[in-house]
Design a protein around this ligand. Sequence first.
Ligand code: LMR
Ligand code: MN
Length: 388
Amino acid sequence: MYGRARSLDRLGELERSNSRLEQAIVTYRGVLDLADEDSNLVPLPLVRMAAENCIDRMIFRGFFGKAVRVQQRLLQRFPDDVKLRNKMGVTFLLMNQGSAAKEVFEAVLQQWPDDGFAQVHYGFILKNTYKNNSGGALYMLKGIESGAEGTDDGRFYFHLGDALQREGKVEEAYKIYDRAVAKGLFLGRYQRSLYNVDRLSSRPFWTPEQTTYQMFFRKLEENWEAIRDEGAALLTAPPQDGFRPEAENLRDVGDWKQYDLFTRGRKITANCVKAPRTCSLIENFPPAAVCKRGQVKFSVMHPGTHVHAHTGPTNCRLRAHLGLVVPDGLRLRVGNEFTTWQEGKIFIFDDSWEHEVWHEGDSPRLILIVDVWHPELTEHERKTLVPI
Ligand code: LMR
Ligand code: MN
């Protein structure tokens, strides 16, 4: 039965067939069921191989809940296998179940306090699920220092540095970032996006001409008042169908909301009907409308807001800001450079570079954010890159 499962598995790979893969999963499970019925029937190493392949394939297919159940069964037989436990923690993370994952890694660390893999993951969860920056940093640092397999991952350096920055330990954060740059995990100490095309040229700010999209940007500027009127009208819409608060834990203090028009290269029709002129300008310009690694949105920021230094996910887009309603007292830092908004004017920056915003004025700021494909991406890349 194990041989049959392996064959189905290989066939699934060769034929790129999910149904074959699912047959393989069922057959691996059959091996495990046999072992449960009569433990003499299946040698222990075979139970383990069947279970591990089964789990891998389930995760590949996105069947996380099923994978966890097999992992739990396997752990009953191998309770002291730290790798198995850690893998189960990762599956919970893939399921977005931070608290279940935390329990798993906590239990591992009780028994094996120096396990680096559990340390980085535990720290990651403390920081991201529980917003505990100091605890998160402590464990991620220990884990990274351990050099254990699976710890050399840009995500841990990214969040360790972020936790340190938020704790005010800026120099320590940059030491971590520089280490990650040396390992090739980041493009630069300020450019820490993790989904990159490596050859793309990069600078904090771009002129319209450098993007090659200057005609489009000029058109947006020419129409800025119509865009402003649509955005401003939406500000008074009822909250449930209006602007949503920023939800990525980027705000230090304040009130910052967004109204999406396009995301991941798709038009949000229900929102676009309320901003038809803005959306038709975008729709007529494919590098923005079909930018699968970006968004088009209105962004309103209220006085007293500070947005933590942060880095976007990818270097494949450039981000244009069109000032619509702009009081005094605003600043944007990108890398080591500062700018501010002006009504009716566009600037373009690369948000894979670290950036930070302060609103120290006394009335709300409204802008239109338009992401465009990085001009050096080929047509093929624009079509095939995974959306973000
Ligand atoms: C950002 O892209 O992080 C911000 O600059 C957006 C905004 O509304 O200022
Ligand atoms: Mn940003």
